[in-house]
Design a protein around this ligand. Structure first.
Ligand SMILES: Cc1ncc(COP(=O)(O)O)c(C=O)c1O
Length: 382
């Protein structure tokens, strides 16, 4: 057992307005598949700058639907970063396709375009770049590769709602963008997700697959004179309930304030931690904005023998939770079966895996808590 947690890794930011909006939605006749989800979709599309947004009940569902919308199937290969959450790689697997892991860039921890090129085969159908921690990938190079090899790009924007590349929001570069509203994310609906797209046909297909493959939803049938619907494809129940959509609308209203606070907290950490030679603070490329879903540092072994694991332990002993994002997928038991000889090679992901540590960061984090975190890191390094 460790000491009681004094500074958790994450604390959700739920206000009175959020609670009011959620409870009000519970008073409605529509509890799911209704007007709140529709309104949330419209506001979300507007915020991101996409033509369409389709609300779903997780980013995992969003990624799955994106693969189904592209008709990904057995025999296809989808390139994903080695350093990501399991759901990115699971989406192709849900459709019988194979995830192919690509190594990452040492500075940004994002998928390496050069390594993507190495992994392309005649079976490759798509790339799913993940904007790790809230910093956009090198979209120029990824889109060029995709165009040259006729591949789809589906952005995994689970971390990156509100971040920009050349001034344009993430989720508008690929054929689709998939977002998460899990409690630690930039906004939360408890569980929830969204797919953005500019493609009308894809949008229609996403909506169909979200609701059991039915060609007319309950909401559509209500304003019609017939009870009839047909099932025209294999679909799912991936709807976002109304109370959660209402919470999403309330959260979206103050997204910019949340991001501002995250960036302010990140600058404080960077200022304090840049003093230590063995700590590498997050790097942000010039044409990108980093919205710090994660604040991930690297801790290189120092002459006194202190390592990332020492720092993790010291923080925990002081009541501070930190975390590691992520164990590279190729090192996890389940994913080993998808590796071949060539794809065993992930030097950068393996190198940084021993060094990365994500520090507590959320909109309500106090300066005094950050002071304690940085003081304990200093103590651990000494
Ligand atoms: C990169 C990435 N993709 C996908 C997901 C899945 O999101 P959800 O929990 O909303 O299904 C996560 C969740 O943490 C994630 O970090």
């Amino acid at each position: 057992m460790h000491n009681p947690i004094e500074i958790p890794f994450y604390v959700p930011w739920i206000t009175r307005d959020d609670r009011k909006a959620t409870v009000n939605a519970l008073k409605s006749r529509w509890l799911t598949g209704g007007p709140q989800a529709k309104k949330f979709e419209e506001l979300f599309a507007d915020y991101v700058g996409a033509k369409h947004a389709v609300a779903v009940n997780s980013c995992t569902a969003a990624l799955h639907l994106s693969m189904r919308a592209l008709k990904i199937r057995s025999g296809d290969e989808i390139i994903v970063p080695d350093l990501t959450f399991a759901a990115t790689a699971n989406a192709p697997l849900f459709c019988g396709a194979k995830p192919v892991f690509a190594d990452i860039d040492e500075k940004t921890f994002n998928i390496s375009p050069n390594d993507v090129l190495e992994r392309i085969t005649p079976r490759t159908k798509a790339i799913i770049p993940v904007h790790y921690g809230g910093q956009p990938c090198n979209m120029k190079e990824i889109l060029e590769i995709a165009e040259d090899h006729k591949l789809f790009v589906v952005e995994d924007c689970a971390h990156s709602l509100g971040s920009t590349y050349d001034g344009q929001q993430m989720g508008t570069f690929g054929i689709m963008g998939c977002f998460s509203f899990y409690p630690t994310k930039i906004i939360t609906t408890l569980e929830g997700g969204m797919v953005t797209t500019d493609d009308e046909k894809i949008c229609k297909r996403l909506r169909l697959l979200r609701e059991h493959g039915m060609n007319r939803t309950a909401l559509e049938r209500e304003s019609s004179t017939t009870w009839f619907y047909d099932v025209v494809d294999l679909g799912y129940n991936y709807r976002l309930p109304e109370a959660l959509a209402a919470l999403g609308i309330a959260q979206l209203k103050r997204i910019n304030e949340g991001i501002k606070r995250r960036i302010r907290a990140a600058s404080y950490y960077t200022k304090q931690l840049s003093k230590y030679a063995e700590v590498i603070t997050p790097y942000t490329a010039g044409n990108r904005s980093h919205i710090f879903h994660l604040y991930t540092i690297r801790i290189q072994k120092n002459p006194r023998g202190a390592t990332r694991n020492h720092v993790f332990k010291r923080l925990l002993d002081s009541g501070i939770q930190s975390s590691v994002h992520y164990t590279p997928l190729h090192l996890m038991s389940f994913y080993k079966q998808f590796l071949d000889q060539k794809s065993h090679n992930f030097p950068v992901a393996e190198k940084i895996y021993d060094e990365i540590l994500s520090l507590p960061l959320y909109p309500t984090l106090l300066k005094s808590a950050m002071e304690k975190v940085t003081t304990e890191i200093r103590n651990a390094l000494n």
